[in-house]
Design a protein around this ligand. Structure first.
Ligand code: NAI
Ligand code: NA
Length: 395
């Protein structure tokens, strides 16, 4: 079929297998040139199909020939209905990895569930024995608690006061003010239940109790801080409360892994266009200004550049450069004073009329469509493609 983008609000309902495959290939090519010395060998990535998790899988596999197991929650294709992009990404990754003699298998299902955890554990035992790295890169709006069956929904709201600021509809380019009502108590707890550290800890507890974590095992989860502009709705909002919980969990994990000299870390990453971040109000306007400034300064990075730097200049360089709160910071370039000062100035000037010039709305849109395999350089979208694509190592 010929597949075209079909959007509804902040989501795109279709995705393109060839474009997704090209995105994956570009990331593989990037990492092939930048190997990791003493990198990981057996890696489990939770949230492995898109964004930072996919980049982590590719960096592990192609930076140090690691065997990778990927866990994700993606929609398979049916006749006439394309899969979600993470499905096509994973298919492309595994096809290439297998060609290159790399072990790569995947599990598609709810990572929060006991069932998927058990299935993953069995696969590790059978195929890898032990893992030396676990990347935790889930972004989900909901979580069903595996023990109680309770279903939690995460929300993006300020805590305390109504938040009012500008945002952009990146499809139309319209800059307008929005107000977001403050959260209730339940919202905070629910968001922590979904995006906080409990599930990460559950994974570690299970894998540790089953003795499949290697000596000197490392685990990393991803967090975000961002500028003062978005603080009320992000870092000091409900999602920030969940990130505080996630960050605290890293220390608990380290404590629980003393016997094997294991370490839990949080890496604070840069703001990037992903399916998760497009849905957060105010962030698209911030990102379009940030991209403009960082591209001008030659400092722009995507997920793969960020994770390559995390592995090669922090985690496996024995040079973590932790901040005061014990976190790895690969948002260092985004947060540079000169970058933030420029973004703040542009923020005050941003209107529907000025944004096309002062911001990188085009770059934002392009990255958004790229997430779904559209607008990818070198892909012929007029060519008929088979929407039914298999993931070769899917369990
Ligand atoms: P993403 O939406 O690209 O990836 C989410 C991944 O989680 C996908 O692989 C998806 O299949 C998987 N997933 C979602 N629900 C699942 C479930 N129930 N079971 C199994 N897999 C599931 O998101 P992105 O942006 O890569 O986010 C990953 C982490 O990075 C998040 O913790 C996010 O807060 C953090 N981060 C994101 C930043 C951004 O600007 N996008 C910046 C800094 C941190
Ligand atoms: Na991810």
């Amino acid at each position: 079929m010929i597949i075209e983008p079909r959007t509804r609000g902040f989501i795109c309902l279709t995705s393109h297998p060839t474009g997704c495959a090209q995105n994956v290939q570009n990331q593989i090519d990037y990492i092939r040139q930048r190997p990791t010395e003493n990198g990981p060998k057996n890696v489990l990535v939770i949230g492995a199909s898109t964004g930072f998790g996919l980049a982590s899988r590719i960096t592990s596999a192609y930076g140090s020939k690691a065997s990778t197991i990927g866990v994700f929650f993606e929609k398979p294709p049916t006749k006439g209905r394309p899969a979600s992009p993470g499905w096509y990404n994973s298919a492309a990754f595994e096809k290439q990895a297998h060609k290159d003699g790399l072990y790569a298998k995947s599990i598609n299902g709810d990572a929060f569930s006991n069932e998927i955890k058990t299935q993953t554990l069995e696969l590790i035992k059978e195929d890898l024995g032990k893992i030396d790295m676990l990347i935790y890169s889930l972004a989900s709006p909901v979580r069903t608690h595996p023990d109680t069956g309770e279903r939690f929904k995460s929300v993006l709201k300020p805590i305390g006061d109504t938040f009012t600021n500008n945002t952009v509809d990146f499809h139309t380019g319209e800059v307008k003010e929005i107000s977001i009502e403050p959260s209730s108590d339940d919202d905070i707890e629910n968001t922590i239940a979904v995006m906080g550290g409990e599930d990460w800890q559950m994974w570690i507890d299970l894998l540790k109790s089953e003795n499949v974590l290697a000596e000197d095992f490392k685990t990393v989860a991803y967090s975000y801080i961002g500028p003062s502009l978005t603080e009320a709705v992000y870092r000091k909002g409900t999602i920030g409360a969940a990130k505080d919980d996630l960050e605290a969990t890293a220390f608990k994990i380290t404590d629980s892994l003393k016997e094997i000299n294991g370490k839990g870390y949080v890496s604070v990453n840069k703001a990037l266009v992903t399916q998760a971040s497009s849905a957060i109000p105010v962030i698209p306007l911030y990102i379009s200004l940030l991209y403009k400034v960082m591209k001008e300064e030659g400092l722009h990075e995507g997920c793969i550049e960020q994770i390559e730097r995390l592995f090669n200049e922090r985690l496996y360089a024995e040079d973590l450069q932790l901040d005061d709160a014990g976190r790895i910071r690969i948002d260092d370039w985004e947060m540079r004073d000169d970058i933030q000062a420029k973004v703040l100035k542009l923020w005050q000037e941003a209107t529907t009329e000025t944004l096309p010039n002062i911001g990188d709305l085009e770059g934002y849109k392009n990255d958004f469509f790229n997430l779904f395999g559209f607008n990818v350089d070198g892909v012929n979208y007029d060519k008929d493609v088979d929407e039914i694509v298999a993931i070769p190592g899917l369990q």
